[in-house]
Design a protein around this ligand. Sequence first.
Ligand code: PLP
Length: 352
Amino acid sequence: MSRPAWVEIDLSALQANYAAAQVVHGGRVFAVLKANAYGHGALPCAQALAAQADGFAVAFVEEALPLRAAGITAPILVLEGAFDADDVQQAARHQLWLVVHQARQIELLAQHGGAPLHAWIKVDSGMHRVGFAPHEVAAVQERLAACPQVTQISFMTHLARADELEQPLHTLAQLQQFDEAVGALPGWRSVSNSAGIVAWPQTHRDWGRAGLMLYGAAPCASDTVLRPVMRLKSRIFAERWLEPGQSVGYGAIFTAPRRTRVGLVAMGYADGYPRTTPNGTPVAVDGQRTQTLGRVSMDMMTVDLTNLPNTGPGSEVELWGDLVPVGTVAAANNTIAYELLCHVQRVPRKVM
Ligand SMILES: *Cc1c(COP(=O)(O)O)cnc(C)c1O
């Protein structure tokens, strides 16, 4: 017997979601695999998409190397670009496409003497983290075009508020800044993240960059049908009754108003289920929705079985997946699905 907690990764759902991103966006789409494919496993995800994907994207060079080592030959865009000269060497050797978002990175490319490089100039159209100001873009393009080792130049920007459909002005202003900055310069353009792909057709350019939507979590309200890729699961391993007035767990944050049957689930914050989860957060037991109660501890948590008479020790629990969207658990925790997906750890992964 071993602890009954696991995470299922449904690669057919990943393939269907990628296909949906391609249909909705048109043109080409990077499958974003940074942060170990948002906690889903970068290598199995890349392999599942290898026959389909126009390209992949990762955050930094070290995330790309295992994909190349495993025989992934599609383009890989490195979203943060090079941190040092060694990154540029690796990018050239493994044909990685490098984002260039600051002057130091232009120098790193200019000093590089090796194989040809494809640079993606990042325009700061309003996110104001990294990227060149719109008025600098033409000069950056000219400087890179003058480097013989830079054989292709493309342009990208990143949207700060595309998930807020009721706040269109920021997104539309970013789009205008980007289009004006790039003007008629030759090269591909890429603007849309997942929310841009599903909700902002005017942001679609040569390449989309699909992250969250690949994993089947909705980036914002939309008609695009997505299938959850991750199911975080466990089982009830014990049960007990609380009498009215008794409380359960650290901090006694749940006190039973009536006789309450509590199921103990082998899942805790050390597995990535958030400790901040409040009472009443949805969870499914043997396919039926119920709710959490009491504080999530490191290795176990408690759920309400009072109204589910046929459940008990051995019952299967879905923390998130098909019946409980990860976004619902995230919202209950004042965070986003991205963070919960990335934080899953310790539990064995079953790729299917
Ligand atoms: C992570 C990332 C994406 C993907 O964003 P999603 O919202 O997950 O689709 C796209 N572009 C850049 C630059 C990113 O860093």
